[in-house]
Design a protein. Structure first.
Lengths: 275, 331, 319
């Protein structure tokens, strides 16, 4: 498994980012919310006017950028993980039921998936936020309730494959209940697919939140969401380029590491154990 | 064209095939030698992992990229094809040497009609016109026993049953008039009654056209009924070889004896009785095997079996690799 | 003495879609099967693809409900028996050793699964019973912690046998248990199955396309063709004197390892059985060398006599 470069590199990077996010209170040099209007838009240390006091400079309200970046990682990761869990639970349940039972349940789930696919996620998110207001938790709920379709589709076909295996018939013959079979025989064998889709959906959720926050309809200031940071830095784009570049790069690196890890996981988990 | 029934069509000596795997080099075929004459059927028989399929693929030059093939002699009708270039191999393949595979479902391309697939190689190798190829295709389909041959040309593989598809494969193999036919488990995937029909067809065609045939199988029943000569493979080697009647009447190698004793025969083995068994498992083919590969499973194994194993033979041409000398086996 | 297993006019149909705009077709997988299996018998069921033997196996296990007719065990209709009670009495051994074991479980947990489901004994007792069963089928205790991926086909099939027998069922439904195995491994498994039958007084329904194997292990044989039983007889007599032309063709197709006998002409012609378009009258008539005009119009009635059962116009029913 250690030969799997994608897995090693992707996971390594991801673990690094998660560690930074978890250790935020201890490793951020300053309070991300503290405004120092005398020190606005100080450039990062590699510029002439920069210093190590604020290694990545400050933003337009004098808040330390490095601290905001680190705390911003928390928001992005929180969103990615929560949305993956919520949509994962919804989509996996639907997919497994459809794949296992077939027939009418399958038809119903397929109908729901088709309906959901016909909805443009961003527009629905915008409309919901416009109606209900915007906050971190509303973003998580909206995205979680919208992004289950890929889980449903993939879990459905994975479950169908496992369903046709003779060990499922053997478990039925042993008198096992359907619930038991789904949990002990089917679920462990569709887990690899689940994990891969979860990583992809987490990455996608993070990007969606960044987009929503950029539009002002996601997380509200003063929270240091990377999307919000990019939005706030719009007007300073040509003067203080780093204000946009740093959160943008961070976002790209996070997504890259998640996708890489997901790709590595996919490679590691297929082909199976068959010699 | 006069057919010299003693002419050797395929002559292979000292064939080895190694395959690189992440766990090491797999010695799949370890120094085997065989010959097939015109009009003769040689069966290569063995269980899974013995290397028989790789042997057949190496004869046609269809080995995977990770495989390396070496041989002392590798002649097709006297021509050395081990050193032949790609063009020459392509000339011969499908033209004078043909192969039939096990799974007619996957060996035929589902996107093309039967007619397209039958005529494709014939037109390429013989530079024939579409009409000439069509006429020959219809003739061959009728020869393999397919009715309404002309209509079948426009059909797709999925519209045919397994047995019919296999007949189409045989017709395809015969289109260019090959002198060597290699059949890898041609009837294994078919129902029992169809299996008998296909094998009978192959035997009849071979007798009529004087083709040399190499038939790979794991089924000793097939071997007994269709083969002139048998080569028994185990762990990449041919452990016993000879005329079919000799091998079955008096098998000399303990593996061959074990194999024959495992098979229930209606009317011969006692129903409900114990069948013969071969204890143990096939040794790993990664790394060198000292001496006889069968020694860990052989009831007659001795210390000598870890050293050089002599190749013994009888006057009839039966050969076996064993320290044991010729035994008269009770009928 | 009433039979241990009995099926009465057992039928199972499936609807198959024939394409986007065509009407759905009806597939009669099992089309009226009456069987009686006594305790300690081994009923061999032979037939080729499309004959319905696998569907029959699933119905005997209670996995697929019949569309008509019933399966009875000791006189009780199995659709009325509680799922777990049925599990205690009937267990399967399937064909494909690579798909009959959950690749994510250990061998020990696979074998003890039926005990866990049926809540038999304490956790310690279950572990002990599983290991005992594994030993009995020839797999020493050191295999208990392995996963199926580390075992060969023959070893996996032994695990499947251990799993089937760990709760001491009365009946084992074997659906082509040796078809995917090498000849030498097949012999070991057959020997094992015969030993276990004697030791645990089991009743087998042994489904296979391999007639030589069936002749070796079965006490009576049912020959199936396109969903129906065309002949039923004691094994030795069936092989000595087959009555139905399909049985004769099947037996003629068996290529025993006896040189010099060549390959017989089964006389079956080129048509092949299509379960979606069964022929009129007797389903076998297009391939039968001895057909009469009656065969294409009328379905042959089952004749039951001292020698067994046969459904063929050549042997008219005496009823």
């Amino acid at each position: 498994m250690l030969n799997n470069k994608a897995l090693v590199f992707g996971c390594g990077l991801l673990i690094f980012i998660v560690a930074c996010a978890l250790l935020a209170p201890w490793i951020s040099p300053h309070d991300p919310y503290f405004q120092d209007l005398t020190n606005r838009t100080v450039p990062p240390f590699w510029y002439e006017k920069g210093s190590w006091l604020h290694p990545l400079g400050t933003d337009q309200l004098g808040r330390d950028y490095l601290s905001r970046l680190i705390y911003g990682a928390r928001i992005s990761l929180l969103i990615g993980i929560s949305v993956a869990i919520i949509s994962g639970l919804i989509g996996t349940t639907m997919g497994m039921l459809a794949g296992y039972f077939g027939g009418r349940i399958d038809m119903a789930v397929s109908f729901l998936v088709t309906t959901r696919l016909s909805m443009p996620v961003i527009l629905v998110a915008l409309a919901t936020v416009a109606l209900v207001g915007s906050s971190l938790w509303i973003v998580i709920m909206v995205l979680g309730l919208l992004k289950w379709d890929r889980f449903a589709v993939v879990m459905r076909s994975a479950t169908q494959q496992v369903r046709s295996m003779e060990y499922v018939s053997a478990a039925q013959s042993a008198g096992a209940s359907t619930l038991r079979i789904m949990l002990t025989e089917v679920l462990p064998n569709v887990m690899p697919h689940l994990i891969v889709i979860a990583t992809l959906e987490a990455a996608s959720a993070i990007l969606l939140e960044a987009a929503l926050s950029f539009l002002g309809l996601g997380v509200q200031p003063p929270l240091p969401s990377w999307g919000l940071m990019i939005s706030e830095a719009k007007s300073y784009m040509f003067f203080s380029f780093w204000l946009i570049a740093i959160p943008g790069t961070a976002l790209a690196v996070l997504i890259f590491s998640i996708n890489l890890a997901g790709d590595g996981l996919h490679q590691a988990l297929t082909p199976g154990e068959r010699a | 064209m006069t057919i010299d029934s003693n002419e050797i069509v395929l002559d292979v000596q000292g064939l080895t095939v190694d395959i690189k795997t992440p766990r090491g080099v797999l010695h799949v075929v370890r120094d085997i030698s065989l010959q097939v004459k015109r009009g003769e059927t040689l069966c290569i028989v063995g269980e899974s992992g013995c290397g028989k399929s790789i042997t057949s693929l190496s004869m046609m030059g269809l080995l995977p990229k990770t495989a390396t093939r070496n041989s002392r002699v590798f002649n097709f009708l006297g021509e050395d094809i081990a050193r032949a270039d790609k063009r020459r191999i392509n000339d011969l393949r499908g033209n004078r040497m043909a192969m039939i595979f096990q799974e007619p479902m996957t060996a035929l391309n589902p996107a093309y009609t039967i007619g397209d697939q039958l005529t494709e190689h014939y037109r390429h190798h013989k530079h024939a016109s579409a009409e000439q190829a069509r006429v020959r295709a219809v003739a061959l389909l009728e020869k393999v026993g397919i009715a309404s041959a002309a209509e079948r040309l426009g059909q797709y593989p999925h519209q045919l049953s397994g047995g019919l598809r296999q007949r189409v494969m045989i017709a395809m193999a015969l289109m260019c008039g090959p002198e060597l036919l290699i059949a890898d488990e041609p009837s294994t995937a078919l129902d029992v009654t169809i299996q008998a029909q296909i094998l009978r067809l192959l035997a009849d065609l071979q007798a009529e056209l004087g083709i040399a045939m190499v038939l790979i199988t794991h089924d000793l029943g097939v071997v007994a009924r269709i083969a002139n000569r048998v080569a028994v493979m185990y762990a990449g080697q041919i452990v016993e070889e000879g005329l079919t009647k000799d091998i079955f009447a008096a098998p000399q190698h303990p593996y061959t004896q074990g194999l024959i004793s495992c098979i229930p025969i209606p009317g011969r083995t006692i129903p409900g009785g114990k069948l013969g068994t071969i204890p143990g498992v096939v040794p790993s083919l990664i790394g060198e095997i000292k001496g006889c590969a069968f020694k860990d499973r052989c009831s007659s194994a001795q210390e000598r079996c870890s050293g050089d194993i002599p190749l013994r033979h009888t006057a009839h041409g039966q050969q076996w690799r064993c320290i044991l000398e010729h035994q008269e086996v009770a009928a | 003495m009433s039979a241990l297993i009995q099926t009465t006019d057992l039928q199972r149909t499936f609807t198959v879609s024939a394409g986007l705009f065509k009407a759905k077709k009806i597939l009669h997988a099992v089309n009226g099967v009456d069987l009686c299996v006594n305790r300690s018998d081994v009923l061999g069921v032979v037939g080729e693809s499309g004959c319905g033997k696998s569907t029959l196996a699933r119905m005997l296990l209670g996995l697929t409900p019949p569309t008509r007719g019933s399966v009875q065990i000791d006189g009780q209709d199995i659709s009325k028996i509680d799922r777990r009670e049925l599990a205690r009495r009937v267990q399967p051994i399937f064909q494909d050793p690579y798909s009959s074991l959950n690749p994510r479980r250990t061998i020990a947990s696979i074998v003890s699964f039926p005990l866990d489901v049926l809540n038999i004994g304490t956790s310690v007792e279950r572990k002990k019973k599983s290991l005992e069963m594994l030993e009995r089928v020839g797999l020493p205790a050191r295999y208990a912690k392995n996963t199926p991926g580390q075992l060969s086909g023959g070893q996996r099939q032994r695990v499947a046998i251990a799993r089937a027998l760990v709760i001491n069922p009365e009946i084992v439904i074997c659906d082509e248990p040796t078809s995917a195995l090498d000849v030498s491994v097949q012999a070991q498994i057959l020997n094992l199955l015969l030993d276990l039958r004697k030791e645990f007084n089991l009743t087998y329904v042994f489904i296979s396309h391999n007639l030589a194997v069936v002749e070796h292990i079965a006490t009576q044989v049912a020959v199936m063709y396109l969903g129906r039983v065309v002949e039923l007889r004691q094994t030795a007599e069936l092989f000595k004197d087959p009555r139905h032309p399909y049985t004769q063709a099947l037996l003629a197709s068996v290529l025993t390892p006896e040189p010099g006998l060549g390959i017989p002409d089964t006389g079956l012609g080129l048509s092949f059985p299509d379960p979606l378009h069964p022929p009129s009258g007797c389903a076998f008539h297009p391939r039968c060398a001895r057909r009469t005009p009656e065969c294409s119009t009328k379905h042959p009635a089952l004749r039951r006599d001292a020698q067994g059962e046969v459904a063929c116009h050549l042997y008219p029913s005496t009823r």
